[in-house]
Each structure stands twice: as structure tokens, then as C-alpha cells.
Design a protein around this ligand. Structure first.
Ligand code: ZN
Ligand code: ZN
Length: 129
């Protein structure tokens, strides 16, 4: 979870900085990491200050790009995933658990994850120091 927090600081989004880690269920192996940002080799700054229109791909989405499908895995993310990312997590097949630290906007995606049999748990943010 500390790693997810570190990744979030790499984000150039002015609205929200999110970090995500995809790991094996025993957390011994890290499959993929992500933070919200622009396209590979492309723009870094937000395209718009309007909520939801900044043009940045979400951390969970970026992490899913490099995560193996159909392999048992978990996700650790600094903010609860939006509904679109929840669908992405479900469709990646093999996610067993999603750990998150903070609620962002709402928990609309919770049902999507739970209906797919994915356990969702909130972790206390780790103390920075
Ligand atoms: Zn942004
Ligand atoms: Zn999202």
C-alpha cells in the first residue's frame, strides 16, 4: 500500500493523484503498477480542469494494461476505483480482492466488484514519515 502511495506522487494530474499496484494474492509478487496520467510519450498536464475531462487514464486502468489476465491477483489502490475501472478490473479476470485507502466521489462501483465475487476492503492510509 505504501508503494501505491508512492506511485500516486508520480502523477501529473492536477485534480487527483492516484496510484495502483497489482500483486499476487500473497503480495509476494508485483505484476504491474500504475498511476493516472496521459498517453505513453504524450501530454502530461491535464487537458481540462473540468471533473472527469482531464484526459488522463486512471491508475487502475494503467495497471490493468500490464497485469496478466486469468491469473489470481489483487489490486491495491489509493482511491476507490470509478465504475469504469471496476468494470475493467472485473473483465481482467482473476482479481480476488481490491484494497483501497480513500473513498473518491462515491462507491458506485462497489456493486460491480462484489457481483463479480471480488472482495473489497478499506485499509487505513499508512502513516507517512
Ligand atoms: Zn488529470
Ligand atoms: Zn477509474
Amino acid at each position: 500500500m505504501r508503494l501505491a502511495g508512492m506511485l500516486a506522487t508520480r502523477s501529473t494530474c492536477s485534480r487527483l493523484q492516484v496510484g495502483a499496484v497489482v500483486a499476487s494474492p500473497d503480495m509476494r509478487e508485483i505484476f504491474a503498477v500504475g498511476y493516472n496520467g496521459g498517453p505513453v510519450g504524450g501530454f502530461n498536464d491535464c487537458l481540462s480542469e473540468e471533473p472527469g475531462r482531464c484526459g488522463h487514464a486512471h491508475a487502475e486502468d494503467n495497471a490493468c494494461n500490464f497485469a496478466p489476465a486469468r491469473v489470481p491477483k489483487i489490486m491495491l489502490v489509493t482511491h476507490f476505483p470509478c465504475p469504469a475501472c471496476c468494470v475493467r478490473i472485473v473483465n481482467k479476470l482473476g482479481f480476488e480482492k481490491v484494497y483501497y485507502q480513500q473513498v473518491y466521489r462515491d462507491l458506485a462501483g462497489l456493486e460491480i466488484l462484489e457481483n463479480a465475487g471480488i472482495t473489497v476492503a478499506q485499509l487505513e492510509p499508512c502513516i507517512e514519515g
